[in-house]
Every structure is written in C-alpha cells, then in structure tokens.
Write a protein that binds this ligand. Structure first.
Ligand SMILES: [Zn+2]
Length: 444
C-alpha cells in the first residue's frame, strides 16, 4: 500500500555532505522524508540537488515606513535625528491605501527572498492608528502565506509622549501582538526605565511580547539592556522579550559587558541585531577611530544568548538602501562582527532562520530544529542553487523555490550574465551566483 502524496519534492540536498532526500507532502505538512522511491504523488518537483534550508525569519521590519525614502525629502545627514524629523512629517499624510501599497510591495520582496515569518514594527504615534489598522488587516489577509506579528511601537517615547501608553493599550485591543519602548530616546535615564516598566507591565497583563528598541546609540552609558534583562526576570516574561539593536553594548567595557551578557543569557531574552541600518547610522558623531556600530553578535552567541539578525528598514528616511533579502544582513554581519570562519558563517545562517524563530517564539509552528525539518511540520522551506551556508552568505541569491505550507509561493529563475568579446566569452550564471569549484567549498 503506497501513500499518495499531494506533492513529492525529489532530490533536495539536506546538508553540506551532499546527500539528497525526497520530501513527501500531504495537506501542507511534511509526511515523509528520505528516499521515497516510486511513491505516487499528484505533483512532483525534481529539485536536482538544490540546497534545502529553513525559511528565513525577519524579526524587525517597519511595514509602515517602508519604501518612503525621498518622500518628501531625503535624509542627507544620514542621522537618526533627521530620519525621525522627516518621518514625523511624512506620517501626518498616511492613508490606508498608502500604507497598504507599500507594505504589500515590501512583503513581495520578502517572500521572494524566502521570508515567511516577520515581526512588524508599527508606529502608534498617529491618533487615528491608520498604519496599525492597515497592517493588522494585511496580517489577517496573508495568513497561510506569510506569518506576521504586529508590534505597537511608540516612536516618540512613552514617558516623553504620554498619549502613546493609551495608544499601545488600544493597539493591543485591536489585535497587536506586542508592545515596545525606546528608552534611550526618553529624556532621562529614569524616564527610560519608567518607559520599560510601562511596556513590560502592559505585556504581563495582556500576554503580549515586548520588543524593545534598546540602546540604539553609540553612548557607552546607555545601559537599558541590563534593565530589559532584569525586567524579563522580574516579570517572568523571559523569552517573550527581545532587545533590538543593543548598539551601546559595542562600547561597554569588558567587565561590564561580561556581566550583562551573563544576565541576558539567564533572563532568556533574545537580541535582534540590525547590521545593515546600524552600520550607516552608528558612529556618525565619532572622531576616528569610528565605532563599528554593531552589537557584539559573536560574543553574545558565545555566551549562549539567542541572537537573531534583522534586515530592518527598506528604503526609508532612516536607511535609503535595503532589498528585503536577509542574506544581506548576514553578509553585513559577517563583516562587522568578524564572523568569516566557516562555522561562523553557518551560525550566521542560524541567526536568520532558527535564531529569528526563537526570538519570535514561533515554537513548533516553525517546524525546524537544529537544521532538521521535522515530520509533521508545515512543509515550509527554501531551495537554493548554492553549495552551503558560506556560499549563501557570499552570493546572497534569491531561493529558486519558496515553499509555504506545501505550496510553491515564489520562484526565482537563474539570471545569466553573458560575457562578450575579449577572450572570456561564455554564458554563466549571474556574477554573484557564480560558484567556485566545489572541492574548495567542502569541509575537509
Ligand atoms: Zn528598526
């Protein structure tokens, strides 16, 4: 008696050793994995040895500000202060149609690059909560394709802007999943702590998560990461807490950093680093030598902390670049965090897959653990024309196929670069995808 699968994906490469397997899919979940021989299926895809990876996770994106760079003006200084000023103007003219068109365009980019789980930040400074309403509606509409968590984000602070506390409560009533705070932008250290207490208390009462914009500054005196960890312990919220950015940690003295890393580890909170935006945003006011503007990704990982990388902004007043490809964040992380060793490049892929899933508390819904797709899990995975993790970070290709719950939801055809004249004429894959000879990329 043979099982009839809805689909069999044949010959996926499951690791760097070169072994392949077939994936049998029934009702959107993984029913079998291995050599499925002549098992019958309604549909078959021959992956031809494409590399199998977990879906990507984007744990920090602004779906309300996305794709507004240059509208109405460009951020010429590149500073956070000018970005906030431009966004304060721009957000007065937000309409549902405007937010929807831009958020949808961004989600097309993300899904094409293999992102199936996103945590969105939505500024709730607008009394009408237009952006929030729109993103919440989009979340419902796209359920089953892409999983979106919505964070009520008080861009202008909570103590400095008292109306934001009530708006966060309202956002939770409307269906937001999490709350936030920006303690380093409050007026005083004490106000910053107070803003965290308000956000944590709201989360504790409502069951929301807390996603803090934490120490996004080059000021070594910004020490809200320890407060986040302490409040995570005090409230019992633990892994329901993420501290995003944590740039000031790059400047902490070593004994203090070690203390904080241990505290963060024992609190169970996750760190979300945003190497793309912070590489241009931080260090702006430094004389040489300039700070690298990135939290201590490698040292936090070594301390046993869950670290996720986020792509963050795509073409906003805060960051004019961005593609939506999480591999760009991993690539920048490899450089800024000095993580170019082979095991380190592998662990960077972990930060945009399972690390992100842990930060978002996805649990079994993610379906992958320790690089293995589990039987019975949603058939959500990516297939890449790449050798291994290092090759992914280097080439930053789009996946050939993106599977979400058993369906192909995106397909990218290989690009071809044709060299003409000069003795090098040949058709080859696009330049970034050009592979090195295989033996040079294999483990010894
Ligand atoms: Zn951000």
């Amino acid at each position: 008696m043979t099982t009839l699968y809805d689909m069999i994906v044949r010959h996926v490469r499951t690791g760097e050793a070169g072994g392949t397997a077939d994936i049998g899919i029934v009702d959107g979940t993984v029913a079998a994995m291995g050599a499925l021989g002549d098992a019958a299926a309604a549909e078959t895809l021959d992956a031809g040895g494409l590399l199998l990876t977990p879906p990507f996770v984007e744990p920090h994106v602004h779906l309300d500000t996305v794709l507004t760079a240059g509208d109405p003006t460009w951020n010429e200084s590149g500073t956070l202060a000018e970005g906030i000023r431009i966004w304060s103007d721009r957000k007065r003219s937000l309409t549902e149609a405007d937010v929807l068109a831009r958020a949808e365009a961004a989600l097309r980019l993300y899904v094409g690059y293999g992102v199936l789980h996103l945590r969105a930040m939505v500024d709730i400074g607008d009394p009408a909560l237009t952006a929030l309403r729109t993103v919440l509606a989009l979340r419902s509409r796209l359920r089953g394709l892409v999983d979106i968590q919505v964070t009520a984000f008080p861009q202008d602070g909570i103590v400095a802007c008292p109306a934001n506390a009530a708006r966060m409560e309202e956002a939770l009533r409307m269906g937001a999943d999490g709350v936030s705070a920006v303690p380093h932008l409050e007026r005083t250290r004490e106000d910053g702590i107070q803003s965290l207490r308000i956000a944590f208390d709201m989360a504790r009462r409502s069951g929301a998560y807390v996603h803090v914009f934490c120490d996004e500054t080059d000021d070594a005196g910004s020490r809200y990461l320890e407060v986040c960890a302490a409040l995570a312990l005090e409230t019992g919220l633990g892994p329901r807490v993420t501290a995003a950015h944590a740039n000031a940690a790059a400047y902490y003295n070593e004994p203090y950093f070690r203390k904080v890393a241990g505290l963060v580890r024992s609190s169970g909170i996750s760190i979300v680093a945003c190497p793309l935006i912070n590489s241009v945003m931080q260090g702006r006011y430094d004389a040489y030598p300039k700070g690298r503007g990135i939290t201590r990704i490698k040292e936090l990982l070594d301390a046993g902390v869950n670290v996720a990388l986020a792509h963050d902004d795509i073409r906003t007043p805060f960051y004019p670049l961005g593609t939506g490809n999480p591999l760009d964040a991993a690539h920048m992380g490899a450089h800024l965090a000095h993580m170019s060793g082979r095991a380190e490049l592998r662990s960077l892929i972990g930060t945009i897959t399972e690390g992100g899933a842990a930060a978002m508390n996805l649990g079994d819904a993610y379906g992958w653990r320790a690089g293995v797709l589990k039987i019975g899990a949603p058939a959500s995975f990516l297939l890449f024309d790449a050798e291994d993790a290092a090759d992914l970070v280097r080439g930053r290709p789009a996946p050939r196929y993106v599977f979400s719950a058993g369906r192909i939801v995106a397909e990218t055809l290989p690009a071809v670069t044709r060299l003409r004249g000069g003795g090098l004429e040949a058709a080859s894959p696009a330049l970034r995808e050009t592979k090195l000879p295989v033996p040079a990329l294999r483990e010894p």
